[in-house]
Write a protein that binds this ligand. Structure first.
Ligand code: ZN
Ligand code: ZN
Ligand code: ZN
Length: 180
């Protein structure tokens, strides 16, 4: 893998980001957008690099979502860690019932989970397995719930299809387009 191929892969993944124009020399955090100076080409600060990462990259976004929910279901308050402390009670649950799942409120449909604006914090909710099943079924029952919205999803928007190789998080977040 040459440096050029690595940059191309990261650029294709970055094309999944639609909340800001990432080609402009402005901080990529939507609420910031300050002009960048000096050597900075993507973020005004390391804090905003991390903020962008938490809003777009699935492995980071889901970790942040669970922490924000204090490791409890946001609908029913179920807290697996409390049950795991009590072996007798824990034994009455299946293993998957003692895990918290992170649900996309607006479904991903054609979008790539790994990098997506659908990973914004306000589109994620932490659910226990039971509430997640209910949420998924409710979504399917909704009229047009399965309809593919052409305005949603990287694949449907005609953005370049990212390579199957998942880049390292740092390749996407730290990519500096102006660097040579
Ligand atoms: Zn900023
Ligand atoms: Zn629940
Ligand atoms: Zn976004």
């Amino acid at each position: 893998m040459t440096e050029h191929e690595t940059a191309g892969t990261a650029a294709a993944w970055l094309a999944q980001v639609t909340c800001v124009d990432v080609t402009l020399r402005l901080c990529r955090v939507a609420t910031c957008r300050v002009e960048l100076d000096g050597r900075r080409t993507a973020y005004c600060s390391d804090a905003h690099a991390r903020e962008f990462e938490a809003q777009h990259l699935w492995p980071v976004a889901r970790r942040v979502a669970r922490r924000r929910a204090r490791w409890a279901c946001q609908r029913c308050g179920f807290k697996p860690s409390a049950i795991r402390k009590d072996p007798t009670r824990a034994a009455t649950f299946a293993r998957h019932e003692l895990k918290l799942e992170v649900n996309h409120i607006e479904a991903l449909r054609g979008s790539y989970r790994f990098v997506s604006c659908l990973n914004h914090a306000d589109n994620l909710e932490v659910l226990c397995h039971r509430c997640h099943v209910e949420a998924t079924n409710a979504g399917r029952a909704r009229p047009g719930g399965e309809r593919r919205d052409p305005t949603v999803g990287g694949a449907a928007r005609g953005t370049p299809r990212p390579s199957r190789r998942r880049p390292a998080l740092s390749e996407i977040v730290d990519i500096e387009p102006a660097r040579d």
